[in-house]
Design a binder for this molecule. Structure first.
Ligand code: HEM
Length: 439
C-alpha cells in the first residue's frame, strides 16, 4: 500500500474535510479499483463510473430516491437491518413520511414522482423559459451596473446570488414588489446552509421541511389566484392540474414551486462562479471566448463536466442487485458521484483536462439522468451563457483578485465543506470596465 492509498483509505469521504479542496484524486483512486466500490467507513457504495451511474439513474425499479439528498446522514427511519435479501419496496413506503424532505420532489419515487413532476413541467414550459431568458439579459445588465464602476466585485454576493434568485422569481411570476423580500430571505438561508459542516447535513440538524417560508408564500399566491384569476403566471400555476386532470391542493403546487428555488439557487451560483474562476485563471480561454462568443455554450458544458456543482446524490437499493459486477444487498445506500462519472476516461478522453471545445462535453451527468434529471438545466445554462456574454460586453479583462486569492502560482480558494455540493465559498474578481458602463 503506498502513502496515497493509505491516506485515502484512512479518511471518511463523508465526514472528513480531507477531500473538500480536491475530491477528484480520491474519486480517481476509487474508480481505478472499481467503478462501483463499497467504502469502508460508512458502507456506502461509491459509484464513480459513467455507465454505472447511468444504469442506476435510469432504474427507479431497483433504486429508490427516498433519501437522495441526505443518504443516511440525516437519520434513516427505515429499519433496514436484516432485509439484505428482501424486496424492501413496501418497507420504504411504510416509513416514507418519516424520511427527510419526504414532501419534496427529489425524494419521491413513481407514481407520486410522476404526478408531481408533471405539475412542475407545466410550470417550466418552453414558452415560459423563452420569456424568462429575455428577462435575464436585462437583469444581468442591471446587476452588473451595481458594481461595474468599482472595477471589482465579490462575484457571488454582488452578482450570482441575486441574479439566480431573481431568475427563478421571474420564471414563477413572483410579483415585482415581493422579489426583494425573496432575495433577502433566500440569500440569508443559503448563507446559513453554506456554513454547514462536512456532511452539510446531520442527524437532528435537518428540519423535515426547511422551506416553510416558501410554502406559505406560494400557498397564499395560489389560493389568491384561485379566488381571483388574473391571467398572470401565478394564475397559470394555480390552475395547473395533475396528469389525470385532478386539481392539486394549493400546498402541492407551492411545494413544487418551492423546489425550484431550493434546487436552483446554490447550484447555479456555483456554476456561475466556476465559469468566472476559470476565465480568471485561464486568460487564454477568456480571450478565445471573447473573440468568438459562439464557443460560450460548449464552454459552459465543459464547466459542468469538469467542475459540476452537484458532486453526487444518493440512491437506496430496493432489492438485492448487481451494478458493474458488484453485489449490492437490499437497503444499501449508493452515492452516485456525478463529478467522478464526468471524469471517467471510458467516456471522456483526457478527462482531467479542461477543453472548452470538447466535442462530447454535453454528455456529462452534472444534471443527473432519468426521471429526476434536472428540470432547471435550461435555466442554469441560460444564466451562465448570459452572465458571461454580458460581463464580456461591459469589461475588457476579468482577473482573479490576487489580494484575496493569491498569485497565479499559489491561488487560495475555499470550497463548500459538503459532500453534496462542489463550489467556491467566495470569488473576488477585478476587471476593467468598458466606457459607457452597463446599459
Ligand atoms: C448548474 C445548476 C444545476 C445543477 C448542477 C443541478 C443538478 C441537479 C441534479 C444532479 C439533479 C438530480 C438529482 C437526483 O437525481 O437525485 C437535479 C434535480 C433537480 N433540479 Fe437541478 N441543478 C441545477 C440547477 C437547477 C435550477 C436552476 C433549477 C430550477 C429552476 C433546478 C431544479 C431542480 C429540481 C426541481 C430537481 C428535482 C427534479 C426531480 O426530482 O424530478 N435545478 N438538479
Amino acid at each position: 500500500m503506498n502513502d496515497k492509498t493509505h491516506e485515502f483509505e484512512a479518511h471518511d469521504f463523508f465526514r472528513s474535510d480531507r477531500f473538500v479542496n480536491d475530491p477528484y484524486a480520491y474519486f480517481d483512486y476509487l474508480r481505478e479499483q472499481a467503478p462501483v466500490l463499497r467504502e469502508p467507513h460508512q458502507g456506502i457504495y461509491m459509484v464513480t463510473g459513467f455507465e454505472e451511474a447511468l444504469e442506476i439513474y435510469n432504474d427507479p425499479e431497483r433504486f429508490s430516491s427516498c433519501m437522495s439528498t441526505t443518504g443516511p446522514f440525516a437519520g434513516c427511519p427505515i429499519p433496514l437491518k436484516g432485509h439484505e435479501k428482501d424486496d424492501i419496496s413496501a418497507l420504504i413506503e411504510e416509513y416514507r413520511d418519516q424520511t427527510p424532505f419526504s414532501d419534496q420532489l427529489p425524494t419521491m419515487d413513481p407514481p407520486a414522482h410522476t404526478d408531481h413532476r408533471s405539475l412542475l413541467m407545466r410550470l417550466i414550459t418552453p414558452v415560459r423559459l423563452k420569456q424568462n431568458e429575455e428577462y435575464l439579459w436585462g437583469l444581468a445588465d442591471k446587476q452588473i451596473a451595481t458594481f461595474l464602476s468599482t472595477g471589482a466585485c465579490e462575484f457571488m454576493g454582488d452578482f450570482a446570488q441575486p441574479f439566480a434568485v431573481l431568475a427563478v422569481s421571474d420564471l414563477l411570476g413572483v410579483p415585482a414588489e415581493d422579489r426583494i423580500q425573496f432575495r433577502k430571505q433566500l440569500i440569508r438561508q443559503e448563507q446559513e446552509r453554506g456554513g454547514a459542516g462536512v456532511g452539510g447535513v446531520d442527524e437532528g440538524e435537518v428540519q423535515h421541511s426547511p422551506l416553510e417560508w416558501l410554502y406559505d408564500t406560494f400557498s397564499t399566491y395560489i389560493e389568491d389566484r384561485r379566488r381571483n384569476p388574473s391571467g398572470d403566471i401565478l394564475t397559470g400555476l394555480a390552475q395547473a392540474t395533475f396528469p389525470d386532470g385532478s386539481v392539486p391542493q394549493a400546498i402541492d403546487v407551492a411545494r413544487v414551486a418551492s423546489n425550484l428555488f431550493a434546487a436552483g439557487q446554490e447550484t447555479t451560483v456555483r456554476l456561475l462562479s466556476y465559469a468566472f474562476q476559470l476565465i480568471g485563471d485561464r486568460p487564454e480561454i477568456q480571450q478565445r471566448l471573447r473573440a468568438d462568443r459562439s464557443l460560450i455554450p460548449n464552454f459552459v458544458e465543459e464547466c459542468l463536466r469538469f467542475e459540476g456543482p452537484v458532486k453526487g446524490d444518493f440512491r437506496l437499493a430496493k432489492k438485492p442487485t448487481q451494478v458493474g459486477g458488484v453485489d449490492i444487498p437490499a437497503g444499501s445506500f449508493l452515492y452516485i458521484a456525478n463529478s467522478a462519472a464526468n471524469r471517467d476516461s471510458r467516456q471522456f478522453d483526457n478527462p482531467g483536462e479542461f477543453q472548452e471545445d470538447r466535442a462530447n462535453a454535453r454528455l456529462h451527468v452534472a444534471f443527473g439522468r432519468g426521471r429526476h434529471a434536472c428540470p432547471g438545466a435550461p435555466l442554469a445554462r441560460a444564466e451562465a451563457v448570459i452572465s458571461l456574454n454580458r460581463m464580456f460586453e461591459h469589461t475588457s479583462d476579468i482577473r482573479i483578485d490576487e489580494a484575496v486569492h493569491g498569485p497565479a502560482d499559489a491561488r487560495r480558494y475555499s470550497y463548500l465543506p459538503t459532500f453534496i455540493l462542489r463550489g467556491l465559498t467566495h470569488l473576488n474578481l477585478r476587471f476593467d470596465p468598458l466606457p459607457g458602463g452597463a446599459r
